[in-house]
Unconditional design. Sequence first.
Length: 177
Amino acid sequence: MSWNIHIIDDFLPKEVFNNIYENIGKLSFSPTKYSTPAKYDDHIFFSHSIDADDDFIKTVKENVRKKFFQEMKRINLAAWTLTNARTPAPHSDQEQFPEERHLIIYIKGDQEINSGTGFYIENKNKGYDLNTHIGFKKNRAVLFAAKNCMHSPLLWNSTSMGRYACLVWFESVDYHD
């Protein structure tokens, strides 16, 4: 297995991030269920769609280009999310495009060791083992190749109400100055 995971702190401009941070709790979220491998419960989270033409997406595109050197060609999904899963649910998200990338921008949550995202490898005997942990930090962006990338929110030991984040799934091409 080969992963391609990138992390950038202070991803969004401060004024954009602060506005989102202050207002994300005012959005209405709908439940979304994502099926995971049989050993795990279904991954349930709440989401609020973001239109691909939204000014926020323009800011994301600009920062993905400048900070990750990726060009966002087409968007598969963009949404604000709230997850509060207490049990890890390793899963690989549906891909629509070849070489699709998945971006998580952490917005609001506890900066506990267990509030970020875990990346898993298959253990032939017992399901999936946590291999890599990316900790939660406000305004941290995590970009990874979607193909066969098993991951899960890591909130199982958290006492918080959950974690707000932004997800953007997109077709990507490398960009070089």
